[in-house]
Structure formats: C-alpha cells, structure tokens
Design a protein around this ligand. Structure first.
Ligand SMILES: *Cc1c(COP(=O)(O)O)cnc(C)c1O
Length: 229
C-alpha cells in the first residue's frame, strides 16, 4: 500500500521548488502548471494525487492508461506525453484531454481525422538532437507546425520538449532555450486554433533549469511518486 502522506509531501516539495525556480528566474508572478507523471504506478497513486489537489496527470502509454483510468477516483486533465502510433489515435482521443507528443504532420493529420471538435495538442520538438528522442527536428519545425495548424479539428496549444540527458547544465539549458525562442516566435501566427499557451519542458532531473529557461509547464514523476524501479 502506498502512503498518501508520501505523495502529499512529494507534491508540496515539488511545488516549493517550482516557486523557488520562478523566483530565481525573476518570474515571481508567473505560474507553472505541474503535470504529475504517473506512468508505471497503480491507479491508487492517481486517486491520491487528485485528492491532494493535483489537477493535471500525464501518462505515456495508451494501453496502460486505458487499463488504469476506470479504477481512478476523481477527475484530472489527462495528458498523453509519450510517443503515439497512428493506430492508437482513436483510443488516445477517447482517453486523454490533450496530447503533448504530436511529433509529425502524419500523426497530427490522423488526430484531425479522428477527433470531433477541437482536440488540444502540443507539438513535440527534438531540441537535444539526440536520435533516440521523438519530436520534430528543430530545423524546419516552424514550417511543419504552420502546416499542422491548417488541419481541422485540432487546436495547437504550445510546444513540448525533453531536455538533453547529460550532466552538463549548460548543455541542458541549450536544449531548452531554442524552444522558448520558437515558442515566442510562433506567437505571431496565433489564431483561434493556434495559440502558444503551454511550453512544456522539464522533468524531475531538470525542471528548475527548464523554468529558468522559460518553461510554464513541467512534467514530473519520480520526484513526486518515487522511483520507477
Ligand atoms: C517519464 C516522463 C516524464 C517524467 O519523468 P521523471 O524523471 O520521473 O520526472 C516526463 N516527460 C516524459 C515525456 C516522460 O516520459
């Protein structure tokens, strides 16, 4: 059995660190949306986190969340943050409120085809250049995003990236800063269905750096829920 107090204190520690990072960045009045990442953890973790006031929950696999969701008590905004295959788009749209991991025009088109109403998405970019990572290549990403913006039934709400997995802080920052720049740049094209609202960058190991580089949404798992073993 999980100890609810552990999740509660995990959440409050993370919230304090987010606040400190905002202060350090001179962004005291800004808000950062915390997405608690519950992948690999059982449904009761999600229930407890929601009871503790967490309103945004991220999962990275459609099938895993499909099995868990009916067992969760309470409601959050459900974020898909992992790579999505075209053949699972229909399910993903049913299960999630927002897909953060749209990493190709092809996938966006499939979502556009399956969704009814304006389904919210973020565009994932690969800003670290690491081949193992999904996301649009930074070179040419803007054009691709503007092409996606022409599709019906979807609303682009911002950008998502995963920081570089290295120790060197300078290198980690360099994988966030260009995404912030692109986020600002894309604001000139805003319309009803294209808004740069969420800049989703930062995980347990690097969210403070991400906030200092301009993130307004962070995705945090292990620091709240414990290690995934
Ligand atoms: C697992 C995951 C996270 C959270 O990772 P932690 O290191 O546990 O905070 C964030 N974003 C994505 C895309 C993930 O897959």
């Amino acid at each position: 059995m999980v100890d609810p107090d552990k999740i509660k204190s995990g959440l409050s520690k993370v919230n304090q660190r987010i606040y400190k990072a905002l202060e350090k960045a001179g962004r005291r009045d800004d808000e950062v949306t915390l997405v608690g990442v519950t992948k690999t953890f059982p449904p009761e973790y999600l229930t407890i986190a929601i009871e503790c006031g967490l309103t945004e929950i991220g999962e990275n696999r459609v099938q895993e969340f499909e099995a868990k969701k009916p067992k969760v008590k309470g409601r959050a905004r459900w974020h898909l943050i992992g790579h999505l295959q075209s053949n699972k788009v229909k399910k993903a749209i049913e299960l999630f409120d927002i897909i953060q991991s749209v990493d190709s025009y092809k996938l966006a088109k499939e979502i556009s085809k399956r969704a009814d109403g304006d389904f919210e998405i973020l565009i994932q970019v690969n800003s670290s250049g690491e081949e193992s990572k999904f996301g649009l290549e930074m070179d040419g990403a803007e054009e691709e995003i503007l092409k996606i913006a022409e599709l019906g039934n979807i609303r682009i709400m911002g950008l998502m990236t995963i920081g570089r997995f290295v120790e060197d802080e300078t290198l980690i920052r360099k994988s966030f800063a260009p995404v912030k720049e692109m986020f600002e740049e894309l604001k000139k094209y805003e319309s009803d269905r294209f808004k740069m609202v969420h800049l989703s960058m930062g995980m347990s190991s690097d969210f403070e750096l991400a906030i200092e580089e301009g993130a307004n949404m962070v995705r945090i798992g292990s620091l709240i829920f414990g290690s995934r073993g």
